[in-house]
Design a protein around this ligand. Structure first.
Ligand code: PPS
Length: 288
């Protein structure tokens, strides 16, 4: 299928047609945020489904029922996707959602509410590798071509959800104050109990060490890979073919080292640095 058939254009962003539509985008614009809503925001491949596992456990004091009985995309739905309108009435308060949208596309009610945001960021070199493999397995995304070609498209913002740097800038430069918390995939990977503890505190949940450790166990890569409600095995192969590349693929830091040439590292790093010049924040990784 051609890109025109696979994607729709929305405010300059390409969005997959399979999961987004004019109807779902109207639904987001009119969506009414509640004060106790929690939104995990990510650029694709930065830890979204991880948050779909972590959030319900934190919000329900470690109760496993949601992650064992409801598919991740329905328990913590994407704000911008079709499924939200389908499952909306089944979401229990406090509601959790995820989004790949940049800050500018948040609906009016988000700004009027006190809804909290956890922004998860991942080293973009690992993001692009993960995205590359996902394009091989997902029939609703364009063919990735060679890694070199894919890298160029990533840096030019020609893939779904646009430029990584635009996404990061939009969420780093909000006026949300203490409504937003920033965390990285790498911090979660290095010490998941500590990451769960800080997210819980941010959400006003004072969980015991026992509950924190239980959450970390159930959100480990291996446990999630074996959870049919979280590993996308319920999705027909015609959409996501795990034989080509599983959704929970490697779940590691630094897989980029196996994919980038030295020239690609130089080009990638200098492009990202240039685009972030003059920003008030710095990235937690050395991209060289
Ligand atoms: S998507 O398509 O945007 O929703 O993808 P997303 O969930 O953001 O990112 C998928 C990558 O996250 C990895 N992942 C994890 N890593 C470590 N631990 C846990 N529990 C975990 N859950 C998901 C997943 O494996 C993808 O990364 P790669 O590098 O491809 O393995």
């Amino acid at each position: 299928m051609s890109c025109d058939e696979l994607y729709l254009q929305y405010h300059g962003l390409l969005l997959p047609n399979l999961t987004h539509s004019e109807k779902s985008l109207k639904f987001v614009r009119e969506f009414k945020f509640e004060d106790d809503d929690v939104l995990a925001v990510t650029f694709p491949k930065s830890g979204t489904i991880w948050m779909q596992e972590i959030l319900p456990l934190i919000l329900n004091d470690g109760d496993l029922t949601p992650i064992q009985t409801i598919p991740n995309y329905d328990r913590i739905p994407w704000l911008e996707e079709e499924r939200l309108s389908v499952v909306m009435d089944q979401l229990k308060s406090p509601r959790g959602m995820v989004s790949h949208f940049p800050y500018e596309l948040m609906p009016a009610s988000f700004h009027q509410s006190k809804a909290k945001v956890i922004y998860v960021m991942r080293n973009p070199k690992d993001v692009v590798v993960s995205f590359y493999y996902f394009h091989q397995s997902a029939s609703f995304l364009e063919d990735p071509g060679t890694f070199e070609e894919f890298l160029d498209k990533f840096l030019e913002g020609k893939l779904a959800f646009g430029k990584w740097t635009d996404h990061v800038k939009s969420w780093r430069n909000t006026k949300l104050g203490d409504r937003i918390m920033y965390i990285t995939y790498e911090e979660m990977k290095e010490d998941l109990p500590a990451a769960v503890r800080s997210m819980s505190s941010f959400l006003g949940k004072n969980l015991s060490d026992e509950v924190i450790n239980k959450i970390a166990y159930h959100c480990s890569f291996n446990t999630m890979k074996n959870n049919p409600m979280s590993n996308f095995s319920l999705i027909p192969k015609v959409y996501i073919d795990s034989d080509k590349s599983p959704f929970l693929r490697k779940g590691i830091i630094g897989d980029w080292k196996k994919h980038f040439t030295c020239d690609q590292v130089r080009h990638f790093s200098s492009t990202i640095k240039k685009e972030l010049e003059g920003e008030s924040f710095t990235l937690p990784w050395n991209l060289d």
